[in-house]
Design a protein around this ligand. Sequence first.
Ligand code: FES
Ligand code: FES
Length: 156
Amino acid sequence: MKKIPISFVINGKKKEMAISPNITLLELLRDHLGLTGTKKGCEAGECGACTVLMNGKAVNSCIVLAPQINGKSIQTIEGLGIESSLHPLQRAFVEKGAVQCGFCTPGMLMSLKALHDESPHANQDDIKRSISGNLCRCTGYQQIVEAAEVAFKRRN
Ligand code: FES
Ligand code: FES
């Protein structure tokens, strides 16, 4: 298939490349950019493991076609924080034991990051709603919600 040129910003850096028009954003991230922090789960928009931010909004990257990101800004878990400088949400996840197997964690964090940026005064219901599309098989969600509340309170 003929490749098409796209230009976008990924974790703050401008990138131009030629891609097959039929690949998903998830495939672009993992298979072409080496950003494997974004997880591949259901590949059907159901589990939230692949959540990234597109122009600040949380999207399931498995159901976004890569050409759709042309001219847009994408943030993945690799752009959130690093070990020596964790994002407040990451720090709270560690403190509250909100990570078990970790498979859902990047997607959870990106969904919460969108809320954290958009709604500084979000309450517990807002937090629960923001991760309603993110499945976790391990934690029972309680620790995740508590961690998010801690991070949001610290911010306010
Ligand atoms: S892998 Fe995208 S929603 Fe499950
Ligand atoms: S920590 Fe294992 S799926 Fe959420």
